[in-house]
Design a protein around this ligand. Structure first.
Ligand code: TMO
Length: 319
């Protein structure tokens, strides 16, 4: 009997904590659930948002979450707010969650975003015609590796960013293969190693981000994005395939919230409605961690310190 007591206690406490988090969003005394993802600006921003909500008297909890499935979770009420909805990576999942009626498209940040293939500028010396994608493709062999069968290697992001790079390569008939990095840090490691040896490399990158301050580089120019490109195969230069285009070059960055967020957390809702991040703010969030080597929570404190006027104006919305 005693042998099982521990297990029973553990089981009961798991059930209790599950039911507590299960009702967390159902009333105004609940905890605000904020997801954390796998790139630095988001991790810092999540704690900036959380700390500001705490200043207004709310309770918050951070939950590591897949950056695609988080949208359904927000529609279901398990997540309250996603403060970095990048159009290129998450627009489709976000739109689907808004269409369920469970998510509100609350705010478009001032930050304008781009997510795309990117190279350090010295590559232009050996590969003429960049940043055009056909020029890149003509130089594919320069980007080949021992295990790539003669194809150029593109270092993509983690798979949950769902960039459709393999489909893009296929649709555009490029002589490239996609190697997905396991983390944002793994992309920067590939870039650092290549730059140190002056070797060709093409990686997934985005803006705003810290890396543009570290190395001079450019995004590859693919055929200009059009919403039809990802929905209608007949659109674009390949009449039989989706994704024969680049990502949006002037993408949005949005905040989305659960449909009951206003009812459950009116103060946090009021703050989130005006908490607008600029491009340089997102740059800084990434930079504190990726350049300065700060811990996430300390970086969030520093952001708040260095943006006291903005933070105060956001907090004022709760009063
Ligand atoms: C989703 N991201 C900003 C890493 O491209």
């Amino acid at each position: 009997m005693f042998k099982y007591l521990n297990k029973i206690i553990v089981t009961i406490s798991v059930m209790v904590s599950l039911s507590i988090s299960g009702v967390a969003n159902a009333n105004s005394s609940g905890t605000i659930m904020i997801p954390t993802h796998n790139w630095s600006s988001q991790l810092v921003g999540a704690e900036v948002v959380g700390k500001i909500f705490e200043m207004a008297g709310e309770k918050v909890e951070y939950v590591p979450f897949d950056s695609q499935t988080v949208y359904q979770a927000m529609a279901d009420g398990d997540i309250d707010i996603v403060h970095e909805v990048w159009e290129g990576a998450f627009g489709a999942s976000f739109d689907a969650s808004v269409a369920t009626g469970g998510v509100i498209d609350l705010l478009t940040h001032d930050a304008v975003t781009r997510e795309e293939w990117w190279y350090p500028v010295y590559i232009e010396e050996t590969c003429p015609g960049l940043p055009d994608w056909e020029a890149l493709n003509a130089c594919a062999d320069q980007f080949a590796r021992a295990d790539s069968g003669g194809k150029g290697v593109f270092i993509g992001g983690p798979v949950d960013w769902l960039k459709h790079d393999a489909e893009k390569v296929e649709a555009l008939g490029m002589n490239f293969m996609v190697k997905n990095a396991g983390s944002a840090g793994a992309i920067w490691a590939e870039l650092d190693a290549a730059v140190a040896q002056n070797k060709p490399v093409v990686i997934f990158n985005w803006s705003p981000n810290f890396i543009g301050a570290k190395y001079e580089g450019k995004f590859i120019e693919f055929p200009t994005h059009d919403p039809a490109c990802t929905k209608d195969a007949s659109w674009g230069i390949n009449p039989n395939a989706l994704y024969d285009c680049g990502n949006p070059a002037n993408g949005y960055l949005k905040t989305g919230v659960n449909v009951d967020f206003e009812k459950n957390h009116p103060k946090a809702f009021a703050i989130a409605s005006v908490m607008n991040f600029s491009g340089p703010m997102i740059d800084k969030m990434a930079n504190y961690v990726d350049t300065d080597g700060m811990e996430i929570s300390a970086a969030a404190d520093r952001f708040i310190e260095e943006h006291q006027d903005s933070v105060n104006s956001w907090l004022a919305a709760a009063n």
